[in-house]
Design a protein around this ligand. Structure first.
Ligand code: AMP
Ligand code: MG
Length: 181
């Protein structure tokens, strides 16, 4: 299977992937990590939360190269984003050329309610999350959902909306694993 897992920062993609890792034989690839390695090798930035502040044309180049690498992999779960909030606006994480490389069978959108996402971002000192109001987060969640269905139409891959409420990680992981049955 080729699975895309996406969601706003703080939705809990990476936490879910950590749990999924020991239950699957799929490779789990973090798209941001691939882009960061490429960015580092070009002396663009050392910080994953600065990638979205780079000029859009540079982000596109890194994005394309990362997509090519994923295209070469077999069974894979890709931890990534449907839309990235950049100074220029919502940048698509999965434009057509990226989808063609990844060729997904399933698109999973990880969601939580805005106040929980806000709290998780506040408590996460490992990342430079931008401050957003609940209204901003709601807009981003909506943008992701529209983008997910656009990707679904282009690829024929179904969309799983996966709710990841506080204290319910195990349930989210169980639901995710149903896709592999
Ligand atoms: P993450 O660790 O998932 O938050 O990803 C770190 C950063 O990588 C994001 O803030 C984006 O700048 C970048 N990134 C991840 N996936 C994509 C993608 N599909 N297209 C463009 N940029 C991406
Ligand atoms: Mg993450």
């Amino acid at each position: 299977m080729r699975v895309i897992v996406a969601g706003v920062p703080g939705a809990g993609k990476t936490s879910i992937m950590r749990e999924v890792a020991n239950r699957t034989n799929h490779d789990i690839v973090n798209y941001g990590t691939l882009m960061l390695e490429l960015a580092k090798s070009r002396n663009l930035t050392n910080d994953r939360d600065s990638i979205r502040k780079l000029p859009i044309e540079i982000q596109k180049e890194l994005q394309k190269e990362a997509a090519r690498k994923i295209g070469e992999m077999d069974d894979v779960i890709v931890d990534t984003h449907l839309t990235i909030k950049t100074p220029a606006g919502y940048f698509p994480g999965l434009p057509e050329w990226v989808l063609k490389e990844i060729n997904p069978n399933l698109i999973v959108v990880v969601e939580a309610v805005p106040h929980e996402i806000m709290r998780r971002r506040r408590l996460d000192n490992t990342r430079k999350r931008d401050f957003e109001t609940q209204g901003d987060i709601k807009e981003h969640l909506d943008a992701n959902k529209y983008a997910a269905f656009a990707c679904s139409i282009l690829t024929g891959a179904p969309v799983m909306i996966l709710t990841n409420r506080d204290g319910m990680l195990e349930q989210a992981v169980e639901r995710f694993m149903e896709a592999f049955k």
